[in-house]
Design a protein around this ligand. Structure first.
Ligand SMILES: CC(=O)N[C@H]1[C@@H](OP(=O)(O)OP(=O)(O)OC[C@H]2O[C@@H](n3ccc(=O)[nH]c3=O)[C@H](O)[C@@H]2O)O[C@H](CO)[C@@H](O)[C@@H]1O
Ligand SMILES: C=C(OP(=O)(O)O)C(=O)O
Length: 513
């Protein structure tokens, strides 16, 4: 690990102290955020503690401070000592996908939005950069667990951080709230994982019914709002997509009158957005179904406090971690409604598991359970694994079936019809000892069981879930593996390496300078 010299340590220490005081944290509070002691923070601030670049980056994150978030810290990599069993229990955190939608939704009210237990992940940081660049005040409170967002009297859309906006597809969900605030605006083109072409047509077609016209030129969506246009009948989405449903919900929330959305996604992040809207005083009927009726409120000025639910895809990731490492693991706070089809398939494959009594998430609505998974002799499923819009196997959970199928006896056909590239990335597992044949760009045949995972040094595939699947296989492979440039994992998982270490993994993070 690279160390910085004494002179720099004193200067960095001063910067840390100033940034901490600016944020209103005590040394003890910063220490808690960094999982270190108050005396260690005291030594750091006096320049008497050696600091790894990793620690400096973490301090920067804890303090939201550009000064110490060191622009020169290079890409993050992981070094994995594999072949270890996982053990104990781990909590699922709140989802990336609800988090980004709720950040966009915060623009609906002129009041303050407090979001509890928001995942501290890169994707959230990108949307936060976009929001703060246009004037929203953002503050992490309660030891960095909760996020407080206060909009300005008028947004400065011209000042939008285009680089941050281009790194996330979720910026698309600003269309719905912004159309109520500005008659003309532009948004940089949306990005996200490298998953091939993804549709925006359904967003634009649905929002047109509220008078929003969008032209895509020069790397921007140019949006113009025609006043007085109102949907004359139910809005029928051409695809049952998650973000398109959320976008229309956000447009409908401040549209005076009743909007009916058909072919809506009932998926987890959409439910979170509906629960949030209810707290804003916007009535939504049909939550959890494919027809949503929204009773819009033209002006919303209340403060709102909401805790997004736990992430089913993170739950599936942890479950897959237990399976590939043949471990007994308890995964707590699993939003069971959104994982039960996956669990039914896994039960058929022979997965030995127990579920606790159900209890409610902090939002008071989502049902949670604690799931204990035990080492099992798995057989390949009789039928292909393929995703469906909810309810069905979650599209983002499909890659985890590749790792699980690799541990099962027999051949599993996986058909990812949704994304152009994602199935291709699954063949990366072959470098770690799996036997996966690419049948065409959307289908792979996994031939199990993988008797021995092999350690390897690899670049992260440029898509979040396949990247995590590779990491899981590295946990199973004896020896030392290296996974390079894990930004894409940090887009969607909070402190994944550290949290896996807390249940017995051995993963070190390191960075290039
Ligand atoms: C921030 C966020 O919430 N991202 C999620 C969201 O992205 P998002 O809602 O943006 O997903 P897209 O709209 O890109 O849909 C994914 C792909 O599925 C296709 N499609 C979708 C629905 C449908 O009924 N028919 C159809 O063909 C789309 O054309 C697209 O190619 O949903 C995806 C699908 O669950 C998830 O992978 C993403 O993690
Ligand atoms: C595809 C994903 O996300 P995004 O829509 O943010 O690219 C994902 O979460 O796996």
């Amino acid at each position: 690990m690279t160390r910085v010299t004494e002179d720099y340590l004193v200067r960095i220490g001063k910067l840390i102290r100033t940034a901490r005081q600016h944020k209103g944290l005590t040394q003890a509070e910063l220490a808690e955020a960094l999982t270190t002691s108050q005396s260690a923070v005291n030594r750091m601030e006096r320049g008497q503690q050696n600091l790894s670049l990793e620690m400096i980056a973490r301090i920067g994150e804890a303090l939201d401070s550009e000064i110490v978030s060191l622009g020169y810290a290079g890409p993050m990599h992981l070094r994995v000592t594999g072949g270890r069993r996982l053990t104990g229990a781990i909590d699922v955190r709140s989802s990336k996908n609800a988090g980004v939608a709720l950040l966009c939704a915060s623009l609906l009210t002129t009041g303050k939005t407090t979001l509890r237990q928001v995942a501290r992940i890169e994707e959230i940081y990108r949307i936060l950069e976009v929001l703060t660049s246009i004037g929203v005040k953002a503050r992490w409170i309660n030891n960095g667990n909760d996020l407080e967002l206060t909009p300005p009297a008028r947004l400065d859309l011209e000042a939008m951080d285009a680089d941050a906006a281009r790194r996330t597809r979720s910026v698309l969900m600003l269309l719905g709230p912004l159309m109520h605030l500005e008659p003309h605006f532009r948004l940089p083109y949306a990005g996200g994982c490298d998953l091939g072409t993804r549709t925006v047509g359904p967003h634009l077609a649905a929002l047109r019914q509220f008078g929003l016209r969008v032209n895509a030129t020069d790397g921007h969506y140019h949006a113009d709002v025609e006043p007085g246009v109102t949907p004359t009948r139910a809005i029928v989405l051409t695809e049952r997509g998650d973000t398109v449903t959320e976008n229309v919900l956000l447009a409908a929330a401040r549209h005076p009158g009743v909007t009916v959305i058909r072919n809506a996604s009932p998926n987890y992040m959409v439910q979170d957005v509906c629960f949030y809207l209810e707290r804003l005083g916007v009535k939504v009927e049909g939550i959890g179904t494919t027809t949503l009726t929204v009773y819009g409120v033209e002006k919303i000025d209340c403060d709102v406090d909401y805790a997004p639910a736990e992430d089913p895809v993170e739950a599936m990731s942890l479950l897959a971690a237990a399976v590939v490492t043949s471990s007994e693991l308890t995964i707590r706070r699993v939003p069971i409604e959104f994982l039960e089809i996956e669990l039914s398939v896994l039960e058929e494959m022979g997965l030995d598991h127990d579920r606790s009594e159900e209890y409610l998430a902090r939002n008071g609505r989502t049902r949670l359970t604690d799931l204990t998974v035990r080492p099992s002799k798995l057989t390949a499923p009789a039928d292909k694994i393929h995703p469906m819009p909810f309810p069905g196997i979650n599209i983002d959970n499909v890659p985890f079936f590749a790792a699980i199928a690799a541990a099962a006896h027999g051949d599993t056909l996986i058909h990812d019809w949704v994304y152009d590239n994602r199935a291709i990335y699954l063949t990366e597992l072959n470098r770690l000892g799996a036997n996966i044949k690419l049948l065409d760009p959307h289908r792979v045949l996994v031939q199990g069981p993988t008797t021995r995972w092999r350690a390897a040094e690899m670049m992260c595939p440029p898509a979040l879930r396949p990247a995590v699947v590779v990491l899981l296989a590295m946990l199973a492979a004896e020896g030392t593996s290296v996974l390079r440039n894990v930004y894409v994992i940090n887009r969607g998982y909070e402190d994944l390496a550290e949290r896996l270490n807390s249940i017995g993994a051995r993963i070190e993070t390191f960075r290039d300078i």
